[in-house]
Design a protein around this ligand. Structure first.
Ligand SMILES: Nc1ncnc2c1ncn2[C@@H]1O[C@H](COP(=O)(O)OP(=O)(O)OP(=O)(O)O)[C@@H](O)[C@H]1O
Length: 631
């Protein structure tokens, strides 16, 4: 069974919250207890990922921090000995001399602690890019493997965007925060152990001073999330406005419709709101920090009072009291840091959770392993196939049967939305029909590996931001002769010869030296891609929609020749160009309404004849118009 992600929450304005905002409320309301409950699972998952990214770096990062903690305790104990010698009775030079061995130990402990922390810090820094890379690679391994239909499922899509935009970056943050939390924990434990060894009564003193600092850290973090939450709708609008003002695609319309002042005005409104909220947060955070500092000051006073009382009562000697002050300071900063880190870990953990959940979800959408690759294609036969897009109310294809044999050109025609593109994608194995069968020389389509045998020139083909050569080869091996033939067949050779670097020209204006092409020129490159691939089944989905009349005529001729030794499925609205097709299927609202050769369909005088007649009449009308220029 497929797992569906929970429905996105709806915000106060009635808008469906965006995928990047889904955790804001959770962050806003998370209690320390809730944070603590989630931590073990989070830490385990983070450490597992860190281990997979680099076992040696994980070991060094963890062991370095733990050992540094041991040396902190050791250093504090040695400090106590130093103070004990200094505060002992006797002449000062003797006391100093007596303190020297312990002082040397303090220096050694500090040096080793520093070295261990440096090694752990280095390992931690090395882990970050490795974890990020691993997380990203795993994500893309899945996004490129899941069935195409998953991309039509908006729950899947949202889960993927969340995992990609926040999950991957926060994966490294979770690992980093886990190790930092461990560092903080070791720091707190070391100080606590040191205090306990000095005198058990000293242990609670650490808590007294740490609580206000911890409270201030959590409160300040909450205020930050609240601002983030309050600004979520504004941020969404700001993203949209910044895209409109600083992206290439809308740039022409921004100028043509004189939208500059309007957009800047809208932007100012959002920016004002954002600024107000941020200033408000800054003011409240300062208040929280001041209160925290004040309370910490009070608590410190109380601790010193307690120490003085213990000293006066003879419970602890002066040297122990001095060391206790140091230990409390060490523990205090570790504890404040630890609480902050746990907060960070929890926040990053929510997005990391999304990443893990997406990986699980994507695992359920991976098609079964394809079988063996057939040697060639004799006949492809679809029998009464029905296909409904995920979430769609009605089928895009109903009980459709078509066949395409080697050496044949079959044409799919019909009005917009009649199901031509959907049928082509189903025949190519990109979508699996819910019922009916498709057989490739008798083998069910799901049992054969078609990846190298089918070529689809999509109607909405991608304008790959790569070089011309890469756009045509699409990762395939280079065969210069075939490349030249494919480019010539598609009319892309003319495009290439006009570019300064020929096949090496980069087709992306966002990079230096990049070029852009006209719609028709892009289409020629896309068609060349289809010709270059030595496929058994080639699907051309409106390959001439952007071509001029001459190029269109030539291309249809080439497609016809290309059918030798393979099967061609051609989708087009130019009915004059399908006259030569071996079979024409006329689709109407997802069904095959008519089929046959051009002559048969004309004789039938049905939908095809009507559409053909309309197009022909338009040309005849045009021919009948006066040729003199209109004055
Ligand atoms: N990804 C999708 N998700 C849901 N419905 C879709 C999707 N793609 C297409 N449809 C719907 O399926 C039906 C068939 O669409 P299809 O693209 O196959 O039509 P077509 O005959 O190729 O149209 P055109 O001539 O405009 O290219 C339409 O009702 C369309 O709205």
């Amino acid at each position: 069974m497929r797992r569906r992600a929970p429905a996105p929450p709806v915000d106060k304005a009635g808008l469906v919250a965006q995928y990047w905002e889904s955790h804001d409320e959770e962050l806003l309301t998370a209690s320390l207890r809730k944070i603590a409950r989630r931590l073990p699972a989070l830490v385990t998952a983070a450490l597992r990922l860190a281990w997979q990214a680099s076992a040696p770096d994980t070991v060094v990062a963890l062991a370095g921090n733990v050992l540094a903690g041991v040396f902190t305790i050791y250093g504090l104990m040695a400090t106590s000995d130093v103070l004990g010698s200094l505060f002992a009775a006797g002449p000062t030079p003797d006391r100093v001399r007596g303190a020297l061995p312990a002082l040397a130990l303090v220096a050694v402990a500090a040096g080793l602690r520093g070295a261990l922390l440096a090694a752990a810090g280095w390992a931690q820094a090395r882990l970050k890019p490795q974890v990020e890379r691993l997380a990203e690679t795993r994500l893309f391994e899945l996004t490129t493997r899941v069935e195409l239909a998953a991309f039509d499922d908006d729950d899947f899509h949202n889960a993927m965007r969340r995992a990609r935009d926040s999950g991957v970056p926060d994966t490294a943050n979770v690992v980093e925060a886990t190790i930092s939390a461990l560092t903080g924990l070791v720091g707190v434990l070391s100080a606590t152990v040191a205090l306990g060894v000095l005198h058990p009564v000293l242990m609670p003193l650490l808590l007294i001073t740490a609580v206000p600092a911890g409270w201030a850290a959590v409160r300040a973090a909450r205020l930050g999330y609240q601002a983030f939450y309050r600004l979520s709708a504004a941020r969404r609008r700001k993203f949209m406005l910044s895209d409109l003002m600083a992206e290439r695609l809308p740039a022409a319309e921004v100028r043509a419709f004189a939208l500059r002042d309007f957009l800047l005005g809208e932007y100012a409104k959002v920016a004002d709101l954002e600024q107000d909220v941020q200033l408000d947060v800054a003011r409240r955070r300062t208040g929280v920090k001041a209160t925290g500092d004040l309370l910490t000051g009070g608590a410190t006073l109380a601790v010193y009072g307690a120490l003085a009382a213990l000293l006066a009562a003879g419970v602890i000697p002066l040297a122990v009291a001095g060391t206790a002050v140091l230990a409390i300071r060490t523990g205090q900063s570790s504890l404040a840091g630890l609480i902050q880190t746990l907060n960070r870990l929890y926040e990053a953990g929510l997005y990391f959770g999304d990443y893990l959940a997406f990986r699980e979800l994507a695992g359920t959408r991976i098609p079964p392993d394809p079988g063996t690759e057939p040697a060639g294609l004799g006949r492809l036969a679809a029998d009464r196939i029905t296909f409904t897009y995920p979430g769609a109310g009605h089928p895009a294809l109903r009980e459709v049967s078509v066949t395409a044999g080697r050496g044949e050109v079959i044409a799919l025609v019909g009005e917009n939305g009649s199901g031509k593109t959907t049928l082509a994608k189903v025949l190519a194995g990109l979508y699996r029909p819910q019922s009916g069968t498709i057989r490739w020389d008798g083998h069910d389509l799901s049992d054969v590996d078609l990846r190298r045998l089918v070529s689809v020139i999509a109607q909405d083909h991608t304008r790959w931001p790569l070089t011309v050569r890469e756009n045509i080869l699409m990762g395939g091996p280079l065969d210069e002769e075939r490349l030249a033939d494919a480019a010539a067949a598609a009319g892309a050779d003319e495009v290439v010869s006009a570019l300064p670097l020929g096949y090496d020209s980069l087709l992306d204006r966002r990079f230096r030296g990049g070029h852009d092409l006209s719609g028709g020129q892009w289409q020629r490159i896309a068609v060349a891609r289809g010709f270059y691939r030595d496929a058994e089944l080639v699907i051309f989905d409106e390959p001439t929609s952007a071509l001029d009349a001459r190029a269109e005529h030539t291309l249809f001729e080439r497609i016809r020749k290309h059918a030798e030794g393979r099967a061609i499925v051609l989708i087009t609205h130019r009915l004059a160009s399908v006259r030569y097709a071996d079979r024409i299927y006329v689709l109407d609202r997802g069904r095959v309404a008519e089929q046959g050769t051009h002559a048969e369909l004309m004789a039938r005088d049905g939908v095809y004849a009507e559409l053909y007649g309309l197009q022909a009449a338009a040309y005849r009308l045009d021919e009948a118009l006066p040729r003199e220029p209109v004055t």
